[in-house]
Design a protein around this ligand. Structure first.
Ligand SMILES: Nc1nc2c(ncn2[C@@H]2O[C@H](COP(=O)(O)OP(=O)(O)O)[C@@H](O)[C@H]2O)c(=O)[nH]1
Ligand SMILES: Nc1ncnc2c1ncn2[C@@H]1O[C@H](COP(=O)(O)OP(=O)(O)O)[C@@H](O)[C@H]1O
Length: 355
């Protein structure tokens, strides 16, 4: 259980020099490690004490960090993460998780050969539903997905599709696509291994059931980059997903992006542009998509994808409270899968009920 304010850095034992941190800190023990989370002027800092050796480590911190603040409480959840609740913050900034031993963090520890923790932002509502992203070739789907995965590495995982098209220069088998022979893919489709498949721009593309399972088994939210036909199939399947269609600001701009990307032959570019018109029409009028975004300015579209029109709003219960105004005197604890905030004010009781 963590209390806010907890204790000051100067109170820490074990000879670890963290006196430079001015603001208060809170500490949480999970298994044989104590995680000390402190807020300096410009960031949250994390230190780990191994209780068996008494050694302190500064971990690699992945994910987007919460903005620093002084009022916050923390509690251990499921032995693999710490939930942190920030005082007086907006609803999309009040709950954060510091993952300390989740499958993602374990994997990163192995890759980096070092201690790792990862921040992820808490969301309320349907945070598990996969996200289907569709749009014409060159509109920026891949760019937006990369940004999302970069900012929230522990939250989102990409469903790696199969395709019969040839790899582009930088594309890696098993990372961007599973590049495969048509005969093999056709057999696997017959054998029921695919959730959906479609013929797009003259090649076969499909999402295997395994591709989606790999992501959900890792505890992440699955992102699918698939065409409109594929989106229609997923819509008709039992998979509950959020559907986002990305439109270009104009056909001229789409052509410009496709040519500037310089990954396709002239013949392929013309084919993709021809197909784009029908895709945009279907994307806008088929009723398949929950959200239609225009990718004119990349940053604005990315922001919309995250916040306003699609991901967070579809994940957020609109009846949820606007932030949680935690007073200085309160405590947070976790029991089963409930987070309990104790404080005493009516406002706090309401906030706690809504959590
Ligand atoms: N139905 C379906 N479409 C896919 C799948 N993977 C990719 N696509 C779509 O296939 C189209 C072509 O993809 P790609 O060759 O990578 O070119 P890009 O659109 O220019 O990035 C895009 O519309 C993708 O969304 C899949 O697994 N299933
Ligand atoms: N908003 C934007 N403004 C300008 N260029 C963009 C924008 N979004 C993406 N791009 C560029 O357009 C090209 C196509 O984007 P990409 O993500 O590959 O599209 P898709 O995956 O939909 O085929 C890339 O070179 C990318 O850098």
């Amino acid at each position: 259980m963590g209390e806010a304010p907890a204790f000051y850095a100067d109170n820490l034992q074990n000879g670890f020099d963290i006196k430079t941190i001015k603001a208060c800190e809170t500490s949480i023990s999970i298994q044989c490690k104590t995680y000390v989370i402190g807020s300096s002027d410009d960031a949250f800092v994390v230190r780990i004490c191994d209780q068996t050796t008494g050694n302190w480590v500064i971990p690699n911190i992945l994910g987007t960090k919460p903005k620093p603040g002084k009022g916050y409480s923390a509690a251990a959840l499921n032995e693999d993460r710490i939930v942190m609740i920030k005082k007086g913050s907006s609803s999309d900034d009040c709950i954060w998780f510091l993952e300390v031993d989740t499958p993602y963090v374990k994997e990163q520890k192995q890759i980096l050969g070092a201690e790792v923790v990862a921040w992820s932002k808490g969301v309320r509502g349907n945070a598990e539903a996969p996200i289907v992203i569709s749009g014409p070739s060159g509109v920026g789907k891949g760019t937006l997905i990369s940004k999302l995965m970069e900012e929230f590495p522990s939250m989102f995982g990409f469903s790696v599709s199969h395709t019969t098209r040839a790899p582009r220069g930088m594309e890696q088998d098993g990372v961007h696509y599973h590049f495969t022979e048509r005969a093999v893919m056709e057999k696997d489709i017959k054998d029921g291994k695919f959730l959906e498949f479609a013929s797009v721009h003259g090649n076969l593309y499909g999402t295997s059931i395994e591709a989606v399972e790999v992501v959900s088994d890792s505890g992440k939210r699955c992102i699918l980059d698939i065409d409109v036909q594929g989106a229609r199939s997923v819509r008709a399947s039992p998979l509950d997903a959020v559907f986002v269609f990305i439109c270009p600001p104009s056909m001229d701009e789409l052509e410009h992006r496709l040519r500037a990307r310089a990954t396709e032959s002239e013949e392929q570019i013309l084919k993709r542009l021809r197909n784009a018109k029908a895709e945009i029409e279907q994307g806008q009028s088929s009723g398949i998509f929950d959200h239609i975004l225009y990718n004119d300015n990349l940053e604005e579209c990315y922001q919309s994808l995250k916040d306003k029109h699609s991901l967070t709003s579809s994940m957020t219960n609109t009846a949820a409270p606007l932030g949680i105004n935690l007073p200085e005197e309160h405590s947070v604890s976790a029991m089963d899968s409930k987070i309990i905030i104790k404080g005493g004010t009516a406002e706090l009781e309401n906030a706690s009920k809504n959590l």
